[in-house]
Structures are given as structure tokens and as C-alpha cells.
Design a protein around this ligand. Structure first.
Ligand SMILES: Nc1nc2c(ncn2[C@@H]2O[C@H](COP(=O)(O)OP(=O)(O)OP(=O)(O)O)[C@@H](O)[C@H]2O)c(=O)[nH]1
Ligand SMILES: [Mg+2]
Length: 312
């Protein structure tokens, strides 16, 4: 579990103000109506979403009654369990991406500026550190500097970048990258796509075309990850459904978690999108990407130290 030790300390470094607030509610005071109101307010304020917040509170109230709990401090563990359950019930949540076939393809999609290119670079670094061979595919042929930006990440991670010229067909770039990966028995192709608004139907069609090429060339070994900026909060979800129609999404990368004061976004993603959060971005550097583990995440969120020891 050493992997997550880093996650917890990094997460603590980002000092999510919201989580401190929630955690403080569970200090040793008597359980009053005021507590429930404050908890609900802080969950909703932290981007957990109204429906999910209500459900969480109801579950916790039931626990308090069943166990005859009179002090907030005694409820903290139960609340952690409920939150972990909320995340862990989504299949694939917290498991790393499997790159067993050559090549496996990871498509990164999302709106402008959500962190796709950075995540592509971070994933390339991560797989390289695991001893896997990687190709980066520069399928953002739309934005002028996009190819150079990905090449810089490729250099940093010591990974080959397959690119064509600015303005070329992104599906053709992806085709090339998969062919190159097959020829060199490369383990994983990471595809950086152009940022696009879900309202632009021509760009969504282009994405669907990329998806068709990938499924034809790489078969079932594909992950399509929606890259979501945590700071966008609930607004980030409007996009998901449209992206999912163009390309069936298999998971989420939650970026810029270091910049948000509303960590509850992870819980509402799980509940609303029913997609596993695979990785979480905690900074701009190559190593600022961590596996998303529900238990470690919630324990860190609630300031509970012993996630590794507590197995109830
Ligand atoms: N703090 C922080 N910044 C991030 C993170 N991920 C990405 N960024 C920053 O967000 C900005 C946009 O990142 P990009 O990776 O270029 O985003 P993109 O989705 O590729 O953008 P487009 O290609 O223009 O759609 C950059 O300044 C990144 O350094 C993160 O986890 N934390
Ligand atoms: Mg980009």
C-alpha cells in the first residue's frame, strides 16, 4: 500500500479547505439538529450535489439511530464508511488501467483546458516508470501549439510521439500511432485529443470517427477517459453525456484537484456519471498524478490517519 502513502501526503499538502470543514464537524460535540443542517450545507457547498448529500445524510442518520450514537466524533468512522461505499460501488473505481495487450489504447477527451495534454504526459511518465513502452498520439491537430506541447511531454517522459501536421485528420494520426505501436510491440498508445465544447457537433463527429478507428484497429483494448477539471464543479457534468454519445466513456480523470476547495466533486462524479475515477491530478508536474483509491481518498478527506490499518 506504499503507493497510497504518497497520495495521502500529497493530498494533505493541497489542504482542501472543504474537507477540513467537514472533518471539523465531527469533533466531540453532542449530536443535534444543528449538526445535520451544517453537514448537509457543507456537503452541498462542497459540490457533493443535493441528491447525493440527502442520501448520505439519511444513511448516516439511520446509523446514528441504530447505534444510539450521541456524539459527532463517534459518527466519523461510520460516515467514512458510507462515503467509501458511495465511491466503491462503481465498478473499476480505484483500479489502475490494465495495459496487458499490445497495444492498449487510452483516449483522453474533454472540454478545452481540462488537462488532457498534461494528463497524457503524466500517464506516459507513469507507464514508463512501470517499465511499459508507450506511444503518445498527437490527435489534437486543431490548436496551433498542441503538437509541440505533446512533443515536449514526450521528450520529458522519453516516449515516442506520433504526429502529423497542424490541421490534419486526427483519426489518421490515431491510425498511424496504432500501426506504429503494433509494429514495435508497444504496450500502450495514449491519445491526446483536441479540447472541444460538447455543443460543437462537427467536433463531436470527429471524435466519433477517432473512436471508430480505435475500435477497429485496437478492438476492445480501449479506455476512453473523460478528463474533468475539478474546479468546474457540477458544470463539468453537462458535457459528459454528449461526450459519451460520441465515444462510450469508460472512466474519468479528475484534474486540478490541488486547485479546488470543493473535494466533494469526486463523490458526485461517482454518483451521477456512474463512471470510475481512475486517476486524480494533484499538480502540473509529471508525477502529480495518482491512482484514485476510494478508501485512501475518503480517509485523507476526513483527516483520518489509519486508512491502511482500518479494515472494517
Ligand atoms: N494545478 C494543476 N494544473 C493542472 C493539472 N492538470 C493540468 N493543469 C494545468 O491546466 C492547464 C491546461 O492543461 P492542458 O493539459 O493543456 O489542458 P488540455 O485539456 O490539453 O487543453 P486543450 O488542449 O487546450 O483543450 C495547464 O496550465 C496545465 O498545467 C493539475 O492536476 N493541477
Ligand atoms: Mg491539449
Amino acid at each position: 500500500m506504499a503507493l497510497f502513502g504518497g497520495f495521502i501526503s500529497k493530498f494533505k499538502n493541497v489542504a482542501n479547505k472543504w474537507s477540513q470543514g467537514v472533518s471539523n464537524l465531527f469533533s466531540d460535540s453532542p449530536l443535534t439538529d444543528g449538526f445535520w443542517d451544517e453537514l448537509e450545507e457543507s456537503l452541498i457547498g462542497g459540490d457533493v450535489g443535493i441528491e447525493t448529500a440527502e442520501r448520505l445524510i439519511e444513511d448516516l442518520r439511520r446509523t446514528a439511530i441504530d447505534r444510539r450514537i450521541a456524539h459527532t466524533r463517534e459518527l466519523k468512522g461510520a460516515f467514512a464508511d458510507i462515503l467509501v461505499g458511495c465511491l466503491a460501488e462503481i465498478p473499476g473505481m480505484g483500479s489502475p488501467l490494465e495495459v496487458i495487450d499490445s497495444p492498449s489504447v487510452i483516449l483522453l477527451v474533454g472540454v478545452n483546458g481540462s488537462g488532457k495534454t498534461t494528463t497524457a504526459g503524466k500517464l506516459a511518465t507513469m507507464f514508463r516508470n512501470q517499465g511499459k513502452s508507450v506511444i503518445l498520439a498527437a490527435a489534437d491537430t486543431y490548436r496551433a501549439a498542441a503538437i509541440e506541447q505533446l512533443k515536449a511531454w514526450g521528450e520529458r517522459a522519453d516516449v515516442r510521439v506520433i504526429a502529423q501536421s497542424h490541421g490534419s485528420d486526427s483519426a489518421a494520426v490515431v491510425f498511424d500511432a496504432i500501426q506504429a505501436a503494433r509494429a514495435a510491440a508497444t504496450n500502450v498508445v495514449i491519445v491526446d485529443t483536441a479540447g472541444r465544447l460538447h455543443t460543437k457537433s462537427n467536433l463531436m463527429d470527429e471524435l466519433a470517427k477517432v473512436g471508430r478507428v480505435v475500435s477497429r484497429e485496437a478492438g476492445g483494448n480501449t479506455e476512453s477517459l473523460l478528463v474533468l477539471d475539478s474546479v468546474m464543479g457540477q458544470n463539468g457534468f453537462i458535457q459528459a453525456e454528449v461526450f459519451n454519445r460520441a465515444i462510450p466513456l469508460t472512466g474519468v480523470v479528475l484534474t486540478k484537484f490541488d486547485n479546488t476547495a470543493k473535494g466533494g466533486i469526486a463523490i458526485s462524479i461517482a454518483q451521477k456519471l456512474r463512471l470510475p475515477i481512475r486517476y486524480i491530478g494533484l499538480g502540473e508536474g509529471a508525477s502529480d498524478l495518482d491512482l484514485f483509491s476510494p478508501k485512501e481518498f475518503i480517509f485523507a478527506l476526513l483527516g483520518m490517519e489509519d486508512a491502511n490499518d482500518n479494515d472494517n
